[in-house]
Ligand binder design. Structure first.
Ligand code: NG6
Ligand code: CA
Length: 509
């Protein structure tokens, strides 16, 4: 009896001794990841032309970051860095991918979901992928798609391959095209035209929304896309139903997992082009399809939050709401986004947007809600998605090896509001690399174009170095490089060092 009691006491003590890491661990983690949503696109970040009540609810119940960043100003490199904890500029081939690209993350490497799998979480990705699929040469659309998200740490995946403006316009569930009729195989080409489906170029009269630049290849559902495809008729998506489909798959996963821990990456396609929200959102924002798609994204957020409430999981679920890169108004379709923008400022107070080195490229909405642990409020800490790997590992009690997540820092204290500072330095990728060090922003001299005239966005490139004091000048108007040459030299040296070292996570961090 005595021994038995002692045993229980010893076990309890042991549990206490090992508890800290696990006691802090969130029961579940959900990342809600929108596409091309800008800092100024939601009302909790200052938008007044439209209302986003569900995102605003997260902001009210959570910690709203004012200096939160995506790792890059476009999708593929941002997503690569989020999942691997490695800056994408280190990996050639991680620029915006065509819809038939091979998977750019090697199976076996540590990713956010593979690390969380080890920690006992069931993991899922639902929504936009855009990191390639299959081996070199691309996936077999008509057979087994391998490697897929399921080979880099996700137990379940329901995705679109790339973007809705790229073929193939089908969903993939785990390793197969969902709803494919084997007698009608899919062929995809990003080179020569294939098949005999109409194209936007040859048959503009068939379009329900015309392109403004590019996007004039195969027509599916009245929209001409990037790339050619034929076949797979039974599997084709209907753009107007996409948000409903993703929400339904995500909620089904949450329901299935109600009794055990999970990680969900819920990647909406809104408000990326082509913007074809469900008719119930059409015309509701007064800003045309771009505004309506933002309302639809907000509705999707609400559905996830309501599911967590219904399942009584909200209190101990860490929810992060954010975007993969900054905003763009005309990204290739004539959808009234420009004519109906009015006074709305998608990048908020920041200069530039998607594709840009100015802050509008990567400074995005970034909200952390975890009722059990995080006090609601506002944080000015410099935080970035590249740190999810090391930070979630710290929260989940997992250790990274030396080679894992070479640029991922444990900024969990900032995410939880326990610290006012996150990172000191951050590389912001947009074609080239810019560097943040605290309030300073440095952009090396560049011969790249100053302007992307198609999308009407200033890219931030200049033939002379640029240095901005973001505390005094968040809109990056006054170049201080001439005034502080020693600061420029110091930041250039640091950027060179980060590039050459192949990593920026100090050993043991
Ligand atoms: C660009 C497309 C743009 C968008 C972007 C990727 C053209 C002319 N423009 O090349 O429409 O698809 O790629 O966006 O084709 S992202 O958010 O996935 O990075
Ligand atoms: Ca994007």
């Amino acid at each position: 009896m005595r021994n038995e009691r002692f045993g229980i006491l010893a076990a309890a003590l042991l549990l206490l001794a090992t508890a800290p890491a696990y006691a802090q661990r969130p029961r579940n983690i959900v990342v809600i990841y929108t596409d091309d949503l800008g800092y100024g696109d939601v009302s909790s970040y200052g938008a007044t032309a439209l209302k986003t009540p569900n995102v605003d609810r997260l902001a009210k119940e959570g910690l709203r970051f004012t200096d939160g960043h995506s790792p890059a100003a476009t999708c593929t490199p941002s997503r690569y860095a989020l999942l691997t904890g490695e800056y994408a500029f280190r990996r050639p081939g991680t620029g915006i991918l065509p819809g038939n690209a091979a998977l750019v993350i090697e199976p076996g490497r540590t990713t956010v979901p593979s690390m969380l799998q080890k920690a006992g979480y069931a993991t899922a990705v639902v929504g936009k992928w855009h990191l390639g699929l299959g081996p070199k040469g691309g996936p077999d659309w008509n057979g087994e798609i391998r490697p897929s998200p399921n080979d880099i740490g996700f137990d379940y995946s329901f995705i679109m391959a790339a973007t809705a403006d790229r073929v193939p316009t089908i969903y993939i569930e785990d390793r197969h095209v969902a709803g494919l009729d084997p007698s009608d195989p899919i062929t995809v080409s990003y080179g020569e035209p294939i098949g005999n489906w109409p194209t936007g170029k040859a048959n503009p009269e068939l379009l329900k929304m015309a392109p403004s630049h590019g996007h004039d290849m195969t027509i599916v559902n009245g929209i001409s896309r990037i790339g050619y495809m034929t076949g797979g008729k039974a599997a084709l998506w209907k753009d107007e139903d996409m948000a409903d489909v993703f929400v339904a798959k995500a909620v089904a996963f949450l329901e299935k997992q109600r009794d055990s821990p999970f990680f969900l990456l819920f990647a909406t396609h809104d408000p990326h082009v082509p913007r074809l929200p469900h008719p119930r959102f059409a015309g509701k924002s007064g800003m045309g399809p771009r505004g309506d798609a933002i309302l639809q994204a907000d509705w999707s957020v609400g559905e996830i939050l309501r599911a967590l409430d219904r399942l009584k999981l909200a209190d101990d679920t860490l929810v992060i709401f954010t975007s993969d890169n900054g905003p763009v108004v005309d990204d290739g379709y004539q959808d009234d986004a420009v004519s109906k923008i009015g006074r709305h400022k998608p990048s908020g107070p920041f200069r530039g947007g998607k594709y840009s080195h100015f802050e509008g490229g990567t400074r995005v909405p970034f909200i952390v809600r975890w009722p059990a642990r995080v006090k609601p409020g506002v944080s000015d800490a410099l935080v970035c998605h590249v740190d999810f790997l090391a930070s979630f590992a710290a929260l989940a009690g997992q250790t990274l090896t030396e080679n894992d997540g070479p640029d991922s820092l444990d900024t969990s204290a900032a995410f939880l509001g326990a610290s006012k500072t996150g990172r000191r330095e951050l590389v912001e990728q947009a074609g080239g690399e810019a560097l943040r060090v605290e309030k300073w922003k440095y952009m090396p001299a560049s011969k790249r174009p100053k302007m992307n005239t198609q999308v009407n966005i200033e890219l931030g490139n200049d033939t002379v170095p640029q240095l901005y004091d973001l505390a005094a000048d968040p809109g990056e108007r006054t170049n201080l490089a001439g005034k502080y040459p020693e600061k420029v030299a110091e930041m250039e040296a640091l950027l060179t060092n980060i590039r050459q070292a192949g990593r920026s996570r100090p050993p043991g961090n």
